[in-house]
Design a protein around this ligand. Sequence first.
Ligand code: FMN
Length: 174
Amino acid sequence: MMADTHRTTHICPHSLILTPESRRPAGCCRHLARFVQISGEARLALGEILVARLREREPDASTAALIKERLRFACAPCIVTVVGQPIRGHKVPEIEQLLSGGAVCLSLLHAAHALGFAAQWLTSWVAYDPVVKARLGLDNDEQVLGFIHIGSAAEPASERPRPALNDRLSQWAP
Ligand SMILES: Cc1cc2nc3c(=O)[nH]c(=O)nc-3n(C[C@H](O)[C@H](O)[C@H](O)COP(=O)(O)O)c2cc1C
């Protein structure tokens, strides 16, 4: 899906995409998202961790499934893991803390696209597996909100059928 380019590796982690997100007041914002970047050789090292973990979870996993895990993080040159830590009892309701983290993911997609990159928001089982989360350096109370894969499109994205907006739009009336 994405091509490994020097340009992306160079630009991905900091300035234009992540800096605006980090300009927040410190102290009162423990629930705000943090980021774990996965790039370079680390992508394949993480792939080996996923292969080992899939073997534990599914001893009969097919070769194709294992290869998929080995390459899961190798398709894009840079992946930004968006990590949320919803805090129970915080004045901001948990749902809003999570929505805020989701908005961060979407902002990253928009920022990457605005800069001319391709980007995709993925999760899958690896976002929820406690062993994988620990290997990524997450605490027990932290959640992967998304792996934002950023690269250059190797081919145009394929379109798919879309539900009609009118089926999902209603007009409220008193
Ligand atoms: C929270 C979240 C998790 C997702 N996880 C996956 C995933 O694991 N695998 C996948 O193929 N697509 C996943 N997607 C969907 C892709 O990112 C999809 O390309 C994106 O939603 C845009 O799709 P569209 O342009 O076809 O509507 C996920 C989307 C969201 C919002």
